[in-house]
Design a binder for this molecule. Structure first.
Ligand code: SF4
Ligand code: SF4
Ligand code: FES
Length: 237
């Protein structure tokens, strides 16, 4: 049986890579490799996962220099897949080993007004939103975000400017701005129009290239740029 050479980050912000040898198996995912290490080689290794099927967003790590969801990334897909280097997500504090503190990431969703503000009450009838309307199609393009942080970890602007709201929070804001049932559009546009908002995006597109759900936060941010400019011209911002 062949083996994989695996380097795994150990420690917190300060730490080092530790080497392991892991049996190579057919159809093995990167999460399988990390799980093998914890179950057979070192039970003190910390990492995070829940669903193992690409739904919960908790298993993202940097694998051979690139942020990925590890439960749906097969070892064979990774460049130079005989050797793996597995590290925690970038731009977030490391709690231990492969576990990052996601608080800042979700605080920025809140700062971008990522919460739905209903205009109807439970006594109202169901809202019917026609699937072919342009707004509904914009919602469809962004709604499947699983909050994994891959885009955030891949965005250079987040690295340069820790206040930058980042691609996931702004994708969420654009999704809600296109939700005809939501009543906080103006407030949300104001939240993303500041120095740390949509106009700070350099359109590098790393977020769109790396998103495992094939979402384009870049396109969402372009929509926010147009909407904020329009609001300024109308005297709303
Ligand atoms: S397009 Fe904007 S948000 Fe996406 S990675 Fe580039 S700078 Fe970051
Ligand atoms: S936009 Fe994509 S990469 Fe970013 S958090 Fe959502 S699912 Fe993950
Ligand atoms: S474990 Fe849930 S998305 Fe990977």
């Amino acid at each position: 049986m062949s083996t994989l050479e695996v380097k795994v980050w150990r420690g917190g912000e300060r730490g080092e890579f530790q080497r392991f040898e892991v049996p190579r198996l057919e159809s093995q995912t990167v999460l399988d490799v990390v799980t093998y290490i914890q179950r057979h080689l070192d039970p003190t290794l910390s990492y995070r996962f829940a669903c193992r099927v690409g739904m919960c967003g908790s298993c993202a790590m940097v694998v051979n220099g690139r942020a990925r969801w590890t439960c749906r990334t097969h070892v064979a897909e990774v460049d130079d897949s005989d050797t793996l280097e597995i590290a925690p997500l970038r731009h977030l504090p490391v709690i231990k080993d492969l576990v990052t503190d996601m608080s800042t990431f979700f605080d920025k969703w809140a700062a971008a007004r990522g919460q739905f503000h209903a205009t109807a009450t439970r006594k109202d009838d169901f809202a019917r939103v026609a699937p072919e309307t342009p707004q509904r199609q914009q919602v469809d393009a962004g709604i499947e975000c699983i909050g994994c942080g891959v885009c955030y970890s891949s965005c250079d602007v987040v690295g340069w400017n820790p206040d930058y709201l980042g691609p996931a929070a702004m994708n969420r804001a654009w999704t809600l701005i296109n939700d005809v049932r939501d009543g906080a559009h103006d407030e949300r546009l104001a939240a993303v129009a500041g120095d740390a908002g949509c106009h700070a995006c350099h359109t590098h597109m790393s977020c769109a290239e790396r998103c495992p759900k094939h979402i384009s936060p870049t396109a969402a941010i372009a929509g926010l740029k147009r909407a904020t400019l329009s609001a300024v011209l109308k005297g709303k911002l």
